[in-house]
Design a protein around this ligand. Structure first.
Ligand code: SAH
Ligand code: SF4
Length: 300
């Protein structure tokens, strides 16, 4: 830009810099789901997933390269933690993924359910949400954004004070013993504290908190678990996403049978909850929940 003075150019170069993610690989699943592997400037990798719904697309984005939370069932957790993403790296996943949809198609929903724990990278996640939603940014409605968390209680409270976005909580167990075993974060913030924070969370109007519950054979999928869950959540305005455990190479857990999954759902329905079974899309390309690793063989 020849119309800027030398002084101004050198000043701006100390304040800002232009950079972007680069696409390393795009894989398409038989159901139309696309997994995009991005390379960061420092050589780390992250993944985003474009999910084709009936009439629109949902984009699942990452907030960290890897994750520190160590949940036993999650490949991202197993892969370890590299670093927090910058606000720009969170937002760029949207601006770049857009070009991987057929012309005229749009991203309708953005879910922060990719790699990492958004509330463990709180400052940058909030900055990214602000850029995604502001009129001088991407102009998405906050109602179209969902933050998914493993349950860092003080940060759920903070999120409610700072913005108004949809909240999803990965619950995965109806008692502290099982949740402690599956998700180490529960030892710090047990279920009762987590549910209190959810009750107090200010959701967008007419929306309910989503509780994600991975069904794992023999661990948390019995009829008794379902009854306990129904009792535990009494009075909480919520809905359940039941996610059959997605197996990955070397996973120690198994997916329950369809009958067992259905029986679990029916108990929640009997107790007047909304419960849907989320068969994750993109399983054939390891793009489903908990299967993101952020590296191809030979890239790690
Ligand atoms: N860290 C955040 C967001 C990313 S994880 C969180 O934990 O909510 C996104 C979702 O994938 C979570 O609901 C998690 O419970 C689920 N998940 C992780 N591993 C899974 C697996 N192997 N099969 C099915 N779902 C899984
Ligand atoms: Fe991290 Fe979420 Fe995976 Fe747990 S489930 S290890 S919090 S990405």
């Amino acid at each position: 830009m020849t119309n800027l003075s030398k002084d101004f150019k050198s000043k701006i170069s100390t304040l800002a810099r232009i950079s972007s993610l680069t696409i390393e690989k795009v894989q398409e699943s038989s159901d139309g789901t696309k997994k995009i592997l991005f390379k960061l400037e420092d050589g780390n990798f992250i993944e985003s997933v474009l999910i084709r719904e009936k009439n629109h697309w949902t984009l699942c984005i990452s907030t960290q390269a890897g994750c520190q939370m160590g949940c036993k069932f999650c490949l991202t957790g197993r892969y370890g933690f590299k670093r927090d993403l910058l606000p720009s790296e969170i937002v760029d996943q949207i601006t770049i993924s857009r070009f991987n949809m057929p012309e005229g198609n749009n991203i309708k929903n953005i879910v922060m359910m990719g790699m990492g724990e958004p509330l463990a990278n709180y400052k940058n996640t909030i900055k990214a949400i602000n850029i995604i939603t502001t009129n001088s940014g991407l102009e998405f409605s906050k109602r179209k954004i969902t933050v998914s968390t493993c349950g860092i209680v003080p940060m759920i409270e903070q999120l409610g004070r700072d913005t108004v976005v949809n909240l999803a909580v990965s619950l995965n167990a109806a008692n502290n013993e099982t949740r402690n075993y599956l998700m180490p974060i529960n030892r710090m913030y047990p279920i009762e504290k987590l549910i209190d924070a959810c009750r107090a969370y200010p959701m967008p109007k007419r929306r309910r908190i989503t509780f994600e519950y991975i069904l794992i054979e023999g661990v948390n999928d019995s009829p008794e678990d379902a009854e306990n869950l129904a009792r535990l959540m009494r009075g909480v305005l919520c809905k359940f996403n039941l996610i059959p455990f997605n197996e990955f190479p070397e996973s120690q857990f198994r997916t329950p049978s369809d009958e067992r999954i259905d029986a679990f759902r029916k108990i929640l329905i009997k107790h007047k909850y909304t419960a849907v079974i989320r068969k994750s899309k993109g399983r054939d390309i390891l793009a489903a929940c908990g299967q993101l690793r952020g590296a191809e063989k030979g890239h790690s």
